[in-house]
Design a protein around this ligand. Sequence first.
Ligand SMILES: Nc1ncnc2c1ncn2[C@@H]1O[C@H](COP(=O)(O)OP(=O)(O)OP(=O)(O)O)[C@@H](O)[C@H]1O
Length: 240
Amino acid sequence: MTMYLGAFRATLRRTGNCAFSTGTRVLLAGRPKIYTKTGDKGTSALFTGERRPKDDVVFDALGTNDELSSSIGLAREFCLDQGEGLNGMIGQLEQIQCLLQDIGSNIATPRDSATAPRLARTEFDSDGQHVQDLETWIDTMDQELPPLTSFILPSGGKAAAALHIARSVSRRTERRVVPLAQEQRVDKSVAVYLNRLSDYLFTCGRYAAMKAGRQEAVYKKPRAPRVKKNSSIATASEEE
Ligand SMILES: Nc1ncnc2c1ncn2[C@@H]1O[C@H](COP(=O)(O)OP(=O)(O)OP(=O)(O)O)[C@@H](O)[C@H]1O
């Protein structure tokens, strides 16, 4: 990790860029190895330099946010394969992955202990514009979609199903972030963004299924088995 976060962070500090890379190795040609081995003893560093055990709630949130970006990356690849009618969504998903890097910076800079300049550099969506963008994108897709009349099961092609996985990872990330936001250790806007992001990804899943010309599977109540007189079990349909 030598060139990964140590020097990378120093470069970011110099340039004022607040991106905080988690899990994604940044390797520059001719530079030292990407690993520092500083994390081998089970602790790692926050953006403030403070070291904490790797099972700390902050790393849990940071790691889940990283999983979210990875799952969006996979969904985006399936969207690229599907192609037809998904160009807008593909661009939006890439923008969202960049914003998740910023969310990582926010999570890794505890709001209750970081210095004022660091807090300012890692502030997230202070004017609510990123949430507004998600809402606009949701509303635009919704205008083309048939109204929801049943519970949708994740389905409708590989792109749609992958978007539903990303949606559920977004909800998991939200669950990790909400307690931190309630304790004012992460900006509240991060929790709001993750909440809206799962709605956006749900809508994307439906939209991708529609563009693929695929029917989404819907919830049907499974029929309860009935006990026959001779005590063997049969489903209701077998008895009809
Ligand atoms: N297991 C983890 N889950 C979530 N976030 C982590 C984890 N380990 C490290 N991080 C965060 O991601 C950043 C980059 O990870 P990295 O693997 O470089 O850290 P490290 O394990 O401390 O270092 P090294 O891999 O060089 O020993 C760390 O600075 C830390 O903020």
